[in-house]
Ligand binder design. Sequence first.
Ligand code: T4K
Length: 370
Amino acid sequence: MADKILVTRSSMPDIEEYMDEIRSLWDTRWLTNMGPKHARLQAELRRYMGVENVELLTNGHMSLELTLQAMNLQGEVITTPFTFASTTHAIVRNRLEPVFCDINPVTFTIDTRQLESLITDRTCAILPVHVYGNVCDIEEIERIAHKYELKVIYDAAHTFGETYKGKGLGTFGDASCFSFHATKVFNTIEGGAVTYSDKRLGEKLYELKNFGIHGPEEVDAVGANAKMNEYCAAMGLCNLKHIDEEIIKRGRIAERYRTGLSGVDGIQLNAIQADVKCNYAYFPVVFEEKIFGASRAEVCDALAEQGIGARKYFYPLTNTFTAFHGKYDASQTPVALHVSKRVLTLPLYADLAIKEVDRICEIILNCRKG
Ligand code: T4K
């Protein structure tokens, strides 16, 4: 049997390129605590992402968690359950209450038609997710947020390198939280970043990521430790040099899947969005068993038998997690529930061979009965 193909595979520079980048660490012995590589990556990301401000952190989750904390929010946060655990956990760990809005059946992002009806006098913020790199209905979210004076924090974990109407995705809302995890389009091994407009938020974030330390003898806040170290920053500096090429390669893979699977009854492919420069972070496919002729589970098993690890991102919905002891009612988000039971994200990474994409499509199509 051929080598296993997993849902993704970390992008890495040539080993020599990384070794050259980290060599200086053996001279300086400056390994963390906002070193020179951290500063360089921050500057390069500001330019690449087209944002004024970016704060680097240890991971995407701490970007979300500390951003909510930095805003000193209280009450309810409207979000979606069709996401990775991190989004909801960041809210709950801040002792805020998640209020779950359903998703749009085409983009899988927050359904702005329902959003307004969920606002109460306890609502303090909206935390929409640009899930799979699909851009939320930014204009409508901003109109609603402005009307009710709510903060907007985007979970932008999946959107590195994307633009909307020519502007970097990190320029929207009060803050956008990115993940640079090993599995992401752009990785710093583990890492994350927050982009924001208000400099005071940046100061607060800096405080929170570094124990609240202001100087050797001055600790002004009760902070945590969420600093990106120099090895991670070095990986980011190397990977950033190749990011455009990586996204082009990912685009070719996504296009090939689209050719292989489009027009098949019972298969819903991810939407192509106008005004969005896409990063092809994920390739989700929704299977309607009765029309397609096979269930998501059957497709997943057939792929697994051939050593192909597709994943059920995002199942289960976060509002069904046992961690919440039945606190939320997933029947309130029926579209999210429907999609989460049927979606499969197919392997997608820059070096995935086109012939493997064709093989994956063939296995999927052969699952149909009759
Ligand atoms: N918000 C959203 C919407 C997110 O999706 C995420 C993370 C976050 C916030 C939080 O960001 P971080 O704190 O993670 O920066 C993975 C990732 O760990 C996670 O970052 C990601 N979302 C989530 C969607 O996927 P798992 O538990 O599915 O990962 P795992 O270990 O099963 O890996 C998946 C595949 O990736 C493997 O089959 C092979 C490949 N892989 C994995 C690792 C760890 C590699 O190629 N290299 C690696 O080092 O969560």
